[in-house]
Every structure is written in C-alpha cells, then in structure tokens.
Design a protein around this ligand. Structure first.
Ligand code: 5GP
Ligand code: ZN
Length: 124
C-alpha cells in the first residue's frame, strides 16, 4: 500500500522527532500551511497514543514558532479532519496548522466553525 505521508523525502521535513514529522502542505490554504504527521501509519486521530500526541504537540509548537519568525501571522487555525464525512482525504493522520493574517478573509468570525452552516445562528 502506498501512502504519501509514509514516504516523505527527508529534505521536505521542516521539523521531526522520534514519532512525528512536519512538512508544508502542497496545496496550502494560506502561506505557511503546515501538516504535522505521525510516523506510524493510521488514519484516525483518536487512535493516536499519548506519546504520539505529545510528539505532535511538540512539533506544533516548534513549527508555530518558526512561522511566527518567518511570516508574522496574526493568528492560527489548528485542525484535524477525522473520517471522510468530516473531509479527510489522506488516510494517514495529519494535523493542519494554518497561519492567519488580518484581512485574509472578509469576516473571519467563527473560524473552524465555518466547516458547515450552523444549526442555530451564532450571534451575541
Ligand atoms: P485532509 O483533507 O485529509 O485533512 O488534508 C490532506 C492535506 O494534504 C490537504 O491539505 C492537501 O493539500 C495535502 N496534500 C495532499 N497531497 C499532498 C502531498 O503530496 N504533499 C503534501 N505536502 N501535502 C499534500
Ligand atoms: Zn501512511
């Protein structure tokens, strides 16, 4: 079975530790869009061990610091699609770290809530 996230060339790695790696997304939502990926092949975030979560967390922080230095974003979205119904297309777990910049969308209110229309209005 071939898997793009099992076969990442070492030269593409932004950061790594024993259990996870970080790379740029090939089709970025924003400049600096990073993926944090466990080395072990499995699809579901909820199947990750505590050690893998800790390794992913370490790389999230390290790449966040890198992006802050390089791109000076104004915010971030961190997200995981779990299952095809939730939009997952690559069935090897990955955590999206997406830098956000003031004005990159007209109205950012809601952030990751915008994956689908609300059931009830989100108003104050
Ligand atoms: P998903 O929809 O499964 O949460 O996200 C898959 C992500 O992988 C997408 O953001 C997509 O742009 C990214 N992607 C797909 N193919 C490749 C690839 O070959 N290399 C890299 N670096 N990212 C990829
Ligand atoms: Zn894989």
């Amino acid at each position: 079975m071939s898997c793009i996230f099992c076969d990442i060339p070492t030269a593409k790695l932004l950061a790594e530790n024993t259990l996870a790696v970080a790379i740029y997304d090939k089709f970025p939502v924003n400049k600096g869009h990073v993926l944090i990926i466990p080395r072990r092949h499995f699809a579901d975030f909820f199947d990750a061990t505590r050690e893998e979560i800790s390794a992913i967390y370490d790389l999230l922080h390290r790449t966040k610091t890198m992006l802050e230095t390089e791109l000076k974003p104004d915010g971030f979205n961190v997200g995981i699609n779990v299952g095809q119904t939730a939009g997952q297309t690559v069935m090897h777990l990955h955590v999206h770290l997406i830098p956000r910049f003031k004005g990159d969308v007209e109205n950012p209110r809601g952030g990751v809530r915008k994956i689908k229309p609300n059931l009830v209005p989100y108003e104050e």
